[in-house]
Design a protein around this ligand. Structure first.
Ligand code: SAM
Length: 251
C-alpha cells in the first residue's frame, strides 16, 4: 500500500526514506536555545527521536554523555556515521531502552508531535529526580516574501495540522516554560528543493504530485528576485522551545 499523507503513522515512518537528504539539508539548533533547554549541571542527556543527529552533534560538542534514541534504522545509521561520540540506540518515545532514573535531561527536537500519549510517563521514568524535559521546533519565519511562498507550496493540500503547538507533557511535569530564539541558517537557494523533499508530507505524496510541488520550488528559486542567482541567502527561523522539570516522586 502506498503511504497516506494524511496518516500520522505513515508520516512518522516516512523519515526512513529520506535520511541522507535530511542530514544534508535540515537545520541545526542555536546554542542559546540548547543552553536554555539544558538544566544546570547536566551530564547525561538523552536526545529522543534524534534522527540523523542534528541536535545530538550540538550536545556531544559540549562534552556531555549523550544517548540518542531513534526508531528509524536509516536515520540512526546516518547519526552513527556523523556523530560517533553519541551512543545510538533503536527505540521510541513510548518505549525507551534505558533504565529508570538514568538521565539528567531528555531533549526532543522537531519530533514531539509524532509521540503518543504514552511518551510523557516513559520520559518521566528515565529522568533522574529534578531532571528536565526540553522540547524544540525550528519554525521558518514567514515574514519574508520568499519564505512565505516556500511555506505555502510545501504545505499545500496537507491535511495534518501543523506540527508545532504548545506541548502538554502532563501531570508528571511542571507546567512548561516557553521561550523563542530567532536565528538564521545561511543556505544556497537550490537547497530549498532538498529541504522540501525531506519533509514527511512530500515523502508520503504520490510521485507525480511531489514532483509538481518540487517543480514549483525550482520555479520560485529561479524567478524570485531575492533568490535568483544568489549564491547564499539567510533562511530565518524561530527556535520555539519549551522546558519542564519532572516532579518529585512521580516515577
Ligand atoms: C523531523 S525528524 C527530527 C529528527 C531530529 N530530532 C532533528 O532535530 O533533526 C522526526 C524524527 O522522529 C522520529 N520518530 C517518529 N515517531 C517517533 C516515536 N514515536 N518515538 C521516537 N521517535 C520517533 C522519526 O523517525 C524522525 O527521525
Amino acid at each position: 500500500m502506498p503511504p497516506d499523507p494524511a496518516s500520522r503513522h505513515d508520516r512518522a515512518a516516512s523519515f526512513e526514506q529520506g535520511a541522507a537528504q535530511y542530514a544534508s539539508t535540515r537545520p541545526s539548533y542555536p546554542d542559546a536555545a540548547v543552553d536554555w533547554l539544558l538544566p544546570d549541571g547536566a551530564r547525561t542527556v538523552l536526545d529522543l527521536a534524534a534522527g540523523t543527529g542534528k541536535l545530538t552533534q550540538r550536545l556531544v560538542a559540549r562534552g556531555l554523555d549523550v544517548v540518542a534514541v531513534e526508531p528509524s534504522e536509516a536515520m540512526r545509521a546516518e547519526l552513527a556515521r556523523t556523530t560517533p561520540g553519541a551512543r545510538a540506540l533503536g527505540g521510541t518515545a513510548e518505549s525507551i531502552p534505558l533504565p529508570d532514573a538514568s538521565v539528567d535531561a531528555v531533549l526532543v527536537a522537531q519530533a514531539w508531535h509524532w509521540f503518543s500519549p504514552a511518551a510523557p510517563p516513559e520520559i518521566a521514568r528515565v529522568l533522574r529526580p529534578g531532571g528536565r524535559l526540553g522540547i524544540v521546533w525550528n519554525v521558518r519565519d514567514s515574514g519574508t516574501d520568499w519564505v512565505a511562498r516556500f511555506t505555502e507550496i510545501i504545505h499545500r493540500g496537507d491535511a495534518l495540522e501543523p506540527s508545532y503547538a504548545e506541548p502538554v507533557p502532563g501531570p508528571r511535569f511542571t507546567p512548561p516554560e516557553h521561550r523563542t530564539f530567532a536565528w538564521a541558517d545561511p543556505i544556497r537557494p537550490t537547497t530549498l528543493r532538498a529541504l522540501a523533499a525531506s519533509r514527511s508530507y512530500l515523502l508520503t505524496l504520490p510521485t507525480a504530485r511531489r514532483e509538481e510541488l518540487l517543480a514549483e520550488i525550482d520555479d520560485l528559486v529561479a524567478t524570485h528576485p531575492d533568490l535568483a542567482g544568489r549564491p547564499e541567502v539567510d533562511l530565518p527561523y524561530r527556535a520555539e522551545c519549551w522546558r519542564a522539570d519532572v516532579l518529585p516522586g512521580s516515577a
